[in-house]
Design a binder for this molecule. Structure first.
Ligand code: NAD
Length: 382
């Protein structure tokens, strides 16, 4: 029986944003070891990664195609690949690794087109491979607690959702501000690399997924207005949504809201109460039952659900944040891959990672928002 896994990284060079968080998150529980990579399309960046990660020279590749080919032929080849490169190459990289029989864990948004996303699902199913999409906020302990409470009926039937993800970091794109600080924004603003949306694709999809994860509801249709402020892609979006249970909600996604950094806030309203979670204060959950004072649930306390307790890492009061959320994503994901490579059946919480279906919903959501906005905010089905 295997107890450890090998994994490879595509993207995630030393100067990259999220690849580093993946590596640290995956390392928390020491189940998956980084053993191979194609960290950059540039030779010198790849070499720097090899040294930093202390990898075998033969396992740092100049292209992801070569990596998939060679790793799939090795006895000790990688069990899964994490894709932490810009959106443009997600589909091609994921398809290549799936075709070589390697499980895939891909960053969001999954890919550009719905047909591509569905094709990836088909290949994964045909090959019996797992496919995870890194909607990382669902790894937060108190997001899991919110899901447990909502799905158990604690706040009754969901009747309304009010959620936002507000950032200010692209405010200088409006007008002639100083854009030198915005290294991260370079590819995000390029439709050829980011896809048909910047703001909705980058952070609106996090709202969509976090709400879906907490409530179990799917967005059925949207009426959206995206603001471009003269840029090729959107910087701000106000989205009216309708869920599959008939409830409505509002999603606000913005990169130009001064004073906000990573302000993902999700408020779920039910017939018996309400739940609120804030990404910048992630260790607590506000729970209000009708007619009662608001309760503050703290991560790690005796009253939280068994699921939340199981994924707790340090005592309450010591803040857990983004790295711990990624660690939980990897704990669940690597647990599932381990069962798969050992030929065991998966069930229940083994599947508590965002699946390819969640990735497909995200791609549909982006397309529906862009189309709705082009049609002056008329309703568009996903
Ligand atoms: N889940 C989250 O919370 C979260 C947060 C940030 C970014 N993301 C997603 O992660 C992805 C990467 O975003 P980022 O901010 O880290 O970008 P980044 O620009 O900081 O890093 C991208 C990395 O990919 C590498 N790369 C580019 N082309 C490559 C190729 N052909 N082969 C191998 N490597 C290549 C670059 O060298 C770089 O190291 C995006 O899809 C983004 O949407 C997700």
């Amino acid at each position: 029986m295997r107890t450890k896994l090998n994994y490879g990284l595509v993207g995630g060079g030393l100067d990259a944003f999220i690849g580093t968080v993946h590596r640290i998150g995956a390392d928390f529980d020491r189940i998956a070891k980084l053993t191979a990579g194609c960290f950059s399309s540039r030779e010198e960046k790849n070499r720097a990664c090899r040294e930093f990660y202390e990898l075998d020279e033969s396992r740092v590749y100049s292209s992801y195609e070569e990596m998939a080919e060679k790793e799939s032929r090795r006895e000790d080849g990688i069990d899964f690949v994490t894709i932490a490169a810009p959106n443009k190459i997600h589909y091609k990289v994921a398809k290549t690794f799936l075709e070589h029989g390697i499980h895939v864990y891909c960053e969001k948004p999954l890919c550009f087109e719905v047909a591509e996303a569905e094709e990836l699902k088909k290949i994964a199913e045909e090959k019996g491979l797992l496919f995870g999409v890194n909607y990382s906020y669902s790894g937060n302990n108190m997001v899991k607690e919110a899901r447990e409470l909502i799905l158990s009926g604690h706040i009754g039937e969901v009747i309304d959702v009010n959620a936002e993800y507000l950032q200010e970091w692209l405010i200088d794109d409006i007008g002639a501000g100083d854009q030198t600080m915005n290294k991260l924004s370079v590819w995000r603003k390029d439709p050829g690399v980011a896809g048909i949306s910047n703001c909705v694709g980058d952070i609106g999809t996090h709202i969509e997924n976090t709400v879906a994860y907490m409530t179990g509801l799917k967005v059925k249709r949207v009426a959206a207005k995206l603001d471009y402020f003269g840029q090729p892609l959107d910087l701000n979006a106000n989205i009216l949504v309708e869920f599959d249970n008939g409830a409505h909600g509002v999603f606000c996604s913005s990169q130009v809201c001064v004073g906000h950094m990573n302000g993902l806030v999700v408020r779920i309203f039910g017939t018996k109460g309400a739940i609120e979670w804030q990404q910048e204060n992630p260790n607590i959950l506000y729970v209000t039952l009708k007619g009662q004072a608001t309760q503050i649930y703290n991560r790690g306390m005796a009253y939280v659900s068994a699921r939340s307790a199981e994924l707790n890492r340090i005592p309450s009061g010591h803040p857990e944040g983004l790295f711990a959320a990624f660690a939980n994503m990897y704990k669940v994901w690597t647990g599932a891959v381990l069962k798969k490579v050992n030929g065991e059946e998966l069930s229940g919480y083994d599947y508590d990672f965002p699946s390819i279906d969640a990735g497909i919903e995200g791609v549909k959501f982006v397309h529906a928002c862009v189309e709705s906005s082009q049609k002056d905010a008329t309703w568009v089905e996903l």
